[in-house]
Design a protein around this ligand. Structure first.
Ligand SMILES: Cc1cc2nc3c(=O)[nH]c(=O)nc-3n(C[C@H](O)[C@H](O)[C@H](O)COP(=O)(O)OP(=O)(O)OC[C@H]3O[C@@H](n4cnc5c(N)ncnc54)[C@H](O)[C@@H]3O)c2cc1C
Length: 422
């Protein structure tokens, strides 16, 4: 299998120059160059702290350079369930903050002039069935009660906005939008460097131990000492902190991108919204600035952009959604890992005194990583922990995560096989 990650090639922001020498003592060592790590580094550096971010591969190598690019408000759970799950102390504030999440992301993009194809036309959560539509109705009512610019749209309006008759309605969230996800990650890195943070890529952290009151961060390219550490490795965590990866179930999500399309595809998402559906095995659909269609679904990439099961799935899906479209060539095919928690809530964990680990974003990381990084930077410089959007916890190992990952992977692959012929 060979991946072609569209965003790495199409992002207008270049990969930043990130070869700072690893040495000395810093206030904060950030491990992981995705949204969480980059946002932490940006805001901590802006606050005058000495920050060094260390990334094993390159900026955006993890979920941040591979995702769909839907800048969504809220989380997987609807607001009422979130408030219930988080309780009166954290629930209402969390829902308010995450409702405003896209605005914070788009403000940052504007402030730092991040070139990431940002469009704020909203997103469509499309109902794949009448039951899906009922779920969306409940979600829409809950957000409307909170005054959010969210509305349930008819099957006709969904067809006009998406270009397909496949859905029986949808929820249009005008707070949301789309970005080129790698462009956003690289732009955050540029902003963090501009604020004085140091970044080193291609340096996997292999050891983290406390010595004389400082955390020693060991890599193949040298070491540094830090007063505090943010382990921002999320679903791409390796064995650096034993047991961490048992606190969520890893699932995969793959995407296929067509070649740029012209007038023949003008009716497909003509206003530029990103779309995902209510199916249990969720699929996504969006356009990019060059006019490509990008399709995605839960599961691993099988094959590559030229052939194999995933390309067959994408051809079949395009035919079902847009029967008049001549099936184009595919330019991109890739997948990524998502950390799913059992209750669909993210976590802000403290692993030990001075070591933080935000994680488990359940596929909602553009806003979550940005907001968590910002909030964590405040706490790193001395704000009380009670200012964080969630209570601080420790990682709780979930039973049978390996088995669940294998079982879900098998179900997703079977679905791809089934849907590529049906
Ligand atoms: C295919 C896909 C589609 C998605 N779609 C959306 C979407 O449309 N909207 C949305 O909001 N969210 C989406 N998500 C979720 C979102 O991408 C993630 O939640 C988010 O990118 C997580 O950011 P992060 O910074 O926490 O982690 P990541 O971006 O995963 O970064 C972790 C980094 O840590 C590095 N690392 C790991 N171990 C080490 C080590 N030992 N030393 C140094 N570095 C290390 C990795 O190389 C990696 O770059 C999607 C995710 C995927 C995979």
């Amino acid at each position: 299998m060979s991946e072609h990650i569209l965003w790495a090639e199409s992002a207008e922001e270049p990969a930043p120059q990130t070869d700072a020498t690893l040495q000395g003592v810093v206030d904060v060592a950030v491990i992981g160059g995705g949204y969480t790590g980059l946002s932490t580094a940006l805001f901590a550096a802006q606050a005058g702290m000495a920050v060094h971010l260390v990334e094993a591969e390159e900026i955006g190598f993890g979920g941040s350079g591979r995702n769909v690019g839907l800048v969504n408000a809220g989380l997987w759970l609807p607001p009422g369930q979130l408030i219930k799950a988080l309780g009166p102390e954290y629930g209402p504030g969390f829902v308010r903050l995450f409702g405003e999440g896209p605005a914070q992301v788009f403000d940052l993009i504007e402030k730092h002039q991040i070139r990431c194809e940002a469009r704020r036309e909203g997103t469509i959560h499309a109902a794949h069935s009448p039951k899906g539509l009922e779920d969306l109705r409940t979600r829409a009512e809950a957000w409307e009660k909170l005054g959010a610019p969210v509305s349930l749209i008819s099957a006709e309006d969904t067809a006009a906005l998406s270009g397909t008759q496949a859905y029986c309605g949808g929820l249009l969230d005008r707070r949301a939008g789309t970005v080129n996800p790698m462009g956003y990650a690289r732009g955050l890195a540029r902003a963090a460097l501009g604020a004085g943070a140091r970044i080193t890529c291609g340096a996997r952290v292999t050891g983290l131990r406390r010595d004389n009151g400082l955390w020693q961060v060991q890599t193949g390219k040298g070491a540094l000492a830090a007063r505090q550490v943010v382990l921002a490795t999320n679903a791409y965590a390796d064995g650096l902190w034993p047991g961490l990866t048992q606190s969520w179930t890893e699932i995969n999500f793959f995407q296929i991108a067509t070649a740029p399309l012209g007038p023949e595809a003008a009716a497909i998402l003509p206003k530029g919204q990103g779309l995902w559906d209510t199916a249990t095995i969720m699929t996504s659909l969006r356009r990019d600035a060059a006019g490509r269609i990008i399709l995605g679904a839960m599961g691993r990439l099988h094959g590559d952009r030229t052939g194999g099961l995933s390309a067959a799935w994408a051809r079949r899906r395009l035919r079902r959604l847009f029967p008049d479209l001549q099936i184009p060539a595919f330019e991109g095919a890739w997948d990524g890992r998502i950390a799913m928690t059992q209750d669909y809530l993210p976590r802000l964990c403290r692993l030990e005194d001075g070591v933080w680990a935000p994680m488990g974003y359940n596929g909602r990381g553009i806003t979550t990583g940005t907001l968590f990084g910002r909030a964590l930077a405040e706490v790193l410089r001395g704000a009380p922990e009670s200012s964080l959007p969630l209570p601080v916890t420790t990682p709780q190992p979930q039973p049978l995560t390996g088995l669940r990952r294998t079982a879900l992977g098998a179900v997703f692959s079977a679905n791809q096989a089934f849907r590529s012929v049906l």
